[in-house]
Design a protein around this ligand. Structure first.
Ligand SMILES: C[S@@+](CC[C@H](N)C(=O)[O-])C[C@H]1O[C@@H](n2cnc3c(N)ncnc32)[C@H](O)[C@@H]1O
Length: 303
């Protein structure tokens, strides 16, 4: 059966189900590029999802980078950031701002949260977390905000179908996993998620060498020479897509991959949480159910 018509909901360039213009969805990325920097051979040619451009900019000093996005508005935004633009708050940041607005109701006063973000010893962090922040009001608020009913007001159904049950409790678990392992003070994602402060690092000089492509990742890879990429970091582009698209993307990656090529694939879902390839706990952005780091030739063998 041909799957070449398989498409993805991300093409709409919106998180909600409304009809309207495409948007800048992500003002920053919430994907820790130390995963990619550890997975890809220095000097190699890699494909990354452009999104807000953060991963591409971290990879650019070490790799030949092709950054692709299906959403032209998001791609143009990444390009502006490569040129030095300080960036904006996208839809995702506005949703998080809204959630953070309720913080004081749960005892999360800005000074209390800031003191937590300044800690740099995971044992101390967990002590502070249990004593000051992990209150029953916080747990109830997160469980309410991450209930499917609440999320339906903001996200299109396809973005919710694959999410684990009791998402609030799952997200709290992912946060604790991060605080117990990574020092907050040097973790830019603790700062952005808990305080809403976005990093403002200037682009590296190699940012102007990043090749930008407006296309769907599967279609683009199908058009590329075989064995032309050594690494692929695919963000969580399979979240919200169907099995036909997954198969199509995996086939396209395998064809475009050199023999030792590595892949990184994230998901908010928990379906691959127990995979031996899952490095989610090493990703300081704390959000992910799985961050699969695998050779390209192993794609699709697990399902
Ligand atoms: C998957 S989303 C998730 C955001 C990401 N986790 C982050 O922290 O930035 C990232 C980007 O992928 C793009 N995207 C989604 N599916 C794609 C596809 N099939 N091909 C190319 N880009 C895609 C979206 O337009 C969006 O800009």
């Amino acid at each position: 059966m041909s799957t070449s018509g398989a498409v993805t909901i991300w093409e709409r360039g919106r998180l909600d189900a409304r009809v309207g213009p495409r948007q800048v969805l992500f003002g920053r990325m919430y994907e820790d590029p130390s995963i990619e920097l550890g997975a890809f051979r220095p000097g190699s040619r890699v494909l990354c999802i452009a999104s807000a451009g953060c991963t591409a900019m971290k990879l650019a000093p070490h790799h030949e980078v092709v950054a692709i996005d299906i959403n032209p508005v998001q791609l143009a935004y990444a390009e502006r950031r490569f040129e030095g633009d300080r960036g904006v708050r996208g839809r995702a940041e506005r949703i998080m701002d809204f959630m953070r607005f309720f913080g004081p109701l749960a005892g999360w006063w800005p000074s209390r949260v800031r003191a937590f973000v300044e800690l740099d010893d995971p044992a101390q962090q967990m002590h502070y977390w249990e004593r000051e922040l992990n209150t029953w009001r916080f747990r109830a608020a997160v469980d309410g905000l991450f209930s499917i009913t609440a999320l339906r007001a903001v996200y299109a159904p396809r973005f919710l179908d694959f999410l684990p049950n009791r998402l609030g409790s799952v997200m709290r678990g992912r946060m604790e996993r991060c605080f117990a392992r990574h020092p907050n003070r040097s973790n830019p994602y603790a700062r952005s998620l808990l305080l809403g402060e976005l990093s403002s690092e200037p682009p590296p000089s190699q940012a102007n060498e990043i090749q930008l492509v407006h296309a769907d990742a599967a279609s683009f890879l199908e058009s590329q020479p075989a064995a032309s990429f050594d690494g692929f970091t695919l963000s969580n582009i399979l979240d919200g897509t169907d099995d036909a698209y997954r198969q199509r993307l995996f086939s396209a990656v395998k064809r475009a991959a050199t023999p030792d090529a590595m892949t990184v694939l994230r998901s908010f879902g928990n379906a691959d949480a127990d995979s031996p390839a899952n490095r989610a706990e090493d990703d300081r952005s704390m959000l992910w159910g799985s961050v699969l780091v695998r050779p390209a030739h192993e794609l699709g063998l697990e399902r």
